[in-house]
Design a protein around this ligand. Structure first.
Ligand code: FAD
Length: 423
């Protein structure tokens, strides 16, 4: 079993990028080359701004290169939950924005001819308990009232679409706006599109300090150069370090683990997810799965709040074989981990700690559609266009007891796992 992402298979050639060779003056400096930073840079460059993206490592390092490739237009909370949380007007605006978010990804892919195996095959949320299915029935009704795509599935329909063992799920629902893609090739395609629009993308260019030297902002890179910019956009997500005070402490950097099997033989391929949907289950500590490159079965789930060890992946293999007993003889060939930025309110956060300085992060495991949509909208906003997104800036706040998160978040996950089992 190799500790590399399955996306190493079928990855296209990486766009040519390298460290910023010398100091530079731009309109906007973007820090972090994940979906958020790169879609923002694409929108900015297409709008005529001079923009430089500064990435600490390589394009393969962030969550955008490591994720499960499920393009899901939704947040943890549905319309009524968002209305209760944000008030009706903003709640409805967030629902509208999120409902359109998968469509924006497929539009970007079409517009920039990105070769990333994108298929709009749909996403199923499978209900692991009767209570979860009752909630899903309400969610389907609410989304349908708002013109969203949502199809309720009974246990039989879920079993037919998943090909999983009988009784694994009580029901579920299907969203046909959703789909799957090869996340690294999608990122590479966005980077190429941003470069073609005029953006500079520099890897191995870690930002270590941001300060104000009126009239501009100044970003210092670890290897020496300075970038002066009118505006700075920090998109470092779960990989945030001490670059801006309080940013790292504003989110919980959760580990998500994934494994991928050997390519499935044709008879199993015909049984398991025959229509190619992406799937998440409804558990508090959920698993998500799909068919990946070369017909491999892939499954992911929450990992520990420390570096993942080999034994941590065994839980995923166990979950896979419980769900699909027919996979018992099939070996696991890839395993890898990445970081997801969780926020306390399960919403992405837009902060503007000073005029001209923006920090946008926290897509809570739904970042392919959401970070791409939000990045494009923020790019437009920095160009001075109407906001185009419903996430008003909020103050940067540290999570309580952030320094102890490894202990309390780990304990909370064990507790949630117990509740899931009891249900
Ligand atoms: C294992 C896993 C599975 C997932 N599965 C899915 C899925 O199936 N569907 C879905 O929608 N979402 C999924 N997600 C979430 C999704 O990948 C993220 O929400 C999304 O990629 C976030 O994009 P981003 O641009 O905000 O952050 P990232 O892609 O993490 O980019 C942040 C970048 O900032 C850089 N950086 C940090 N500090 C500095 C610095 N000081 N200077 C310069 N650069 C810096 C980092 O190196 C990194 O490249 C998954 C995430 C993981 C980890």
């Amino acid at each position: 079993m190799t500790q590399v992402p399955v996306w190493a298979t079928e990855a296209g050639a990486a766009p040519v990028t390298g460290p910023l060779p010398g100091s530079l003056r731009v309109d906007v400096a973007v820090i972090g080359a994940g979906y958020l930073g790169v879609t923002a840079a694409l929108a900015l460059a297409a709008g005529g701004a001079r923009v430089a993206v500064l990435e600490r490592g390589n394009l393969t390092d962030g969550a955008s290169a490591l994720n499960g490739g499920q393009v899901i237009p939704g947040l943890k909370r549905g319309p009524s939950g968002l209305n209760a949380q944000l008030g009706r007007e903003r709640g409805e605006a967030v629902t509208r924005f999120v409902m359109r978010s998968a469509g924006r990804v497929f539009d970007l892919i079409r517009e920039h001819r990105i070769d990333c195996g994108a298929v709009r095959s749909g996403w199923i949320q499978a209900a692991a308990s009767a209570a979860a299915w009752a909630e899903q029935r309400a969610r389907v009704a609410e989304l349908s009232e708002r013109g969203g795509d949502a199809v309720l599935l009974d246990a039989r329909a879920v079993r037919d679409l998943l090909g999983s063992r009988p009784g694994a799920y009580c029901g579920g629902w299907l969203n046909r706006d959703a789909g799957t893609l090869h996340p690294l090739n999608y990122l590479y395609g966005l980077v190429r599109a941003a470069i073609a629009a005029g953006a500079q993308i520099h890897t191995l260019s870690r930002a270590v300090r941001i300060d104000r030297q009126a009239p501009a902002w100044r970003v210092r890179l670890a290897h020496g150069p300075l970038v002066s910019a009118e505006q700075v956009l920090v998109c470092t997500n779960a990989y945030s370090d001490e670059l801006w005070p309080g940013l790292r402490q504003s989110i919980l950097p959760a580990t998500s683990l994934q494994i991928a099997t050997a390519p499935l033989p044709p008879e199993l391929r015909a049984q398991i997810l025959p229509q190619g949907q992406a799937v998440s289950d409804s558990r508090r500590v959920m698993n998500y799965f799909r068919i990946g490159p070369q017909g491999r079965f892939m499954i992911g789930g929450r990992g520990p709040f420390r570096a993942a060890r080999r034994a941590d992946y065994d839980g995923l293999s166990g979950a896979m074989r419980r769900l699909y007993p027919q996979l018992r003889g099939i070996g696991v060939e890839y395993r890898w981990a990445g970081r997801v930025a969780l926020t306390r309110d399960f919403l992405p956060h837009v902060h503007q700690p000073r005029p001209g300085l923006w920090c946008v992060l926290g897509c809570n495991g739904r970042g392919i559609a959401l970070a791409s949509s939000l990045g494009s909208a923020i790019g437009g906003q920095l160009l001075g266009r109407s906001e185009g997104h419903p996430f008003a800036p909020t103050p940067l706040r540290s999570l309580p007891l952030h320094r102890l998160h490894r202990f309390y978040a780990g304990a909370l996950i064990q507790y949630f796992r117990l509740l899931d089992r009891l249900e």
